[in-house]
Design a binder for this molecule. Structure first.
Ligand SMILES: [Zn+2]
Length: 264
């Protein structure tokens, strides 16, 4: 199937694509890139309680994401803790997510994060696939693509798609830029390499993205309370302003009261 252009698909006005990295186990510290599992559970329960409908990047690219409150969940890097902690929570609440894999480092450690963290091996990546989740590519070696020559860029982008397809037997349609680092020509290379979408780390709703090769996301950090998480979700902004927080408080209070009225 040919890549779909964003202009050909009408995206819902406010569809957040959430960006997670590592999920910390009980007793492990929270960090910008590490959300404690109990906090993650509260966030997913919150999405369910407020009536958010989970969609995949395929749904988004093919115009199937709709309804009043769509949400897309993504994980960058392919940490082993995602399988252990995130999947059971996602399954419990009936959510799907896309896991972006660094294909040349499967089973190794992510040395680019503080303390270095274990990445899933191929056997574990196939388990993620078998449990109904989506897989995307996050390059082969997690280098800043803008620091490489064109031959290396193609190898990192197209090579990661091929590696994942060969090791899992599924077709890989979604890419995520390491460090959120891209240029117009890198985005073009991703499109030419058979991907349908590419996620950035630029803050905003997906509908505000300039193209499917530059999808905006909302970063969820380990420090976000459920309230801040809610404000990010409503306003599509990594850094909600004071005004947004006040309005967010009113909105979320009204939503929770409505939910209580419906269930009690
Ligand atoms: Zn990454």
């Amino acid at each position: 199937m040919a890549a779909v252009r964003k202009e050909e698909v009408v995206l819902p006005q406010r569809v957040p694509i959430l960006m997670y990295h590592s999920i910390a186990g009980p007793g492990e510290p929270a960090g910008r890139y590490s959300v404690p599992v109990d906090r993650f559970r509260k966030q997913i329960a919150f999405l369910r309680r407020l009536g958010f409908s989970p969609y995949t990047l395929d749904d988004l690219a093919e115009g199937r994401a709709g309804g009043e409150k769509p949400v897309v969940i993504t994980f960058d890097d392919g940490y082993r803790d995602n399988l252990k902690y995130a999947l059971p929570v996602l399954e419990e609440y009936g959510f799907k997510a896309t896991f972006f894999i660094v294909s040349g480092l499967a089973g190794k450690r992510a040395e680019w994060v503080h303390g270095s963290r274990e990445l899933m091996n191929w056997e574990e990546i196939r388990q993620v696939r078998d449990r109904g989740m989506n897989l995307g590519a996050h390059s082969r070696t997690h280098k800043r693509l803008s620091s490489l020559d064109q031959w290396q860029i193609v190898s990192e982008i197209e090579g990661s798609r091929r590696d994942i397809e060969e090791n899992t037997g599924i077709s890989v349609r979604h890419f995520s830029y390491p460090y959120g680092c891209y240029s117009a020509s890198i985005a073009e290379t991703v499109g030419d390499s058979g991907f349908h979408t590419a996620c950035t780390t630029d803050s905003g709703f997906a509908s505000a993205s300039p193209s499917f090769m530059r999808l905006r996301r909302i970063e969820v950090t380990g420090m976000d309370s459920v309230f801040i998480f809610g404000c990010k979700l409503i306003y599509g902004d990594n850094n909600p302003s004071i005004k947004q927080k006040i309005l967010g408080l009113l909105y979320l209070t009204a939503e929770m009261l409505a939910w209580r009225r419906m269930h009690f």
